[in-house]
Design a protein around this ligand. Structure first.
Ligand code: ADP
Ligand code: MG
Length: 325
């Protein structure tokens, strides 16, 4: 396939979103929005750094790269609508593998009625995939990390540590021979961003939000810093699958606090809206858990502290704790 044929092979036959005025086929794409704020995000994945063909099939490379971007849109309170793909293709990559990368993206995009509206194709040494996702949110309703306030409840969706556990199983095999290993592998290969849940949250007056791509220790710190508040977490309340108890306490704790790539959401909301959030969670079939509180403490604002194993310790971005004096 030459470049022209390749672009033709990835061009969709129709567009799902009414705001696409021009998709693939001209010098640039055009979308038209009237009453919404536009959300834009871009991420780049490089072969051997962000993934390895040993643990990731081309299909999952495409799927996960798009999922990570969609998750960023959800974490702004928005819904994804379209995306552009820039790809650097090494000589030794087969047409079939490239098609699989696009198939992974297309299958996930279909879930959210998203359109592929453009991109760029070049050859180079290392497979590199850069995805730009465009989303929208009602005007003025984006959710920022800086919106946490004293008295807020800190919550998280889903369970944490699944993706890191899945990667561990892919790399080392199913050492503990537990039955649920396919669940963890799937959570690693095909994470589902929390778009539906966040769309249903529009009635919540205020919400600080961040998606869990690096690990909750990192993302909680980002909210604490942006909001200049103290976040206190209770380790025992952070939800994980019971099968994680087949693994060592050290692995489990590492995966839960800094495993990342679960693409769940961590957020804070006013305490008096917790019941509304629980209703939304039920309606959208989303597990949510209260895992902490937001406090204002001039000496500790901008940091995260955690109750873990009867200790109260500072939790830094990478997931290490420092004992309090
Ligand atoms: P130009 O020279 O104007 O950049 P290109 O030949 O790069 O045009 O692209 C032609 C069309 O194909 C454009 O609409 C572009 O967005 C789209 N396109 C190019 N590469 C890709 C790709 N890898 N994935 C999706 N769309 C692509
Ligand atoms: Mg181009």
């Amino acid at each position: 396939m030459d470049e022209f044929q390749f672009i033709q092979s990835v061009t969709p036959k129709f567009y799902r979103q009414p705001n696409v005025m021009k998709g693939i086929g001209d010098d640039a794409a055009i979308i038209r929005n009237q009453h919404e704020d536009t959300i834009l995000t871009v991420d780049t994945m490089v072969d051997m750094i962000h993934f390895s063909l040993k643990t990731t099939k081309p299909y999952h490379i495409g799927y996960r790269a798009l999922a990570a971007n969609i998750s960023d849109i959800a974490a702004m309170g928005g819904k994804p609508t379209s995306f552009l793909v820039s790809i650097v293709i090494p000589d030794d990559w087969q047409d079939q593998q490239l098609n699989e990368i696009y198939q992974g993206m297309k299958d996930l995009a279909k879930n959210f009625q998203m359109d592929l509206i453009g991109g760029d194709t070049v050859s180079g040494k290392q497979l590199t995939l850069t995805i730009t996702v465009i989303g929208s949110v009602p005007q003025g309703r984006a959710r920022y990390r800086s919106q946490a306030k004293q008295g807020d409840i800190v919550f998280v969706t889903g369970t944490l540590g699944d993706s890191a556990c899945g990667l561990h199983i892919l790399l080392h095999g199913n050492e503990n021979e537990h039955d649920n290993y396919e669940y963890f592998i799937k959570r690693h290969q095909m994470p589902m961003p929390r778009v539906d849940f966040i769309q249903a949250c529009q009635g919540i007056t205020r919400m600080a939000l961040n998606d869990i791509s690096d690990g909750i220790a990192n993302e909680a710190n980002e909210i604490a810093l942006a909001s200049n508040q103290l976040i206190e977490l209770d380790y025992n309340k952070i939800p994980c699958q019971s099968d994680l108890y087949h693994f060592s306490e050290a692995d489990r704790s590492k995966w839960i606090l800094s495993g990342g790539e679960d693409f769940e959401l961590i957020g804070t909301i006013p305490a008096n809206e917790w019941d509304i959030l629980r209703k939304v969670a039920k309606e959208t079939n989303t597990k949510i858990s209260q895992i902490g509180v937001v406090k204002n403490n001039p000496e500790k604002n901008g940091s995260v502290w955690i109750y873990q194993h009867d200790r109260y310790a500072k939790l830094n971005k990478s997931g290490y704790t420092h004992l309090s004096r």
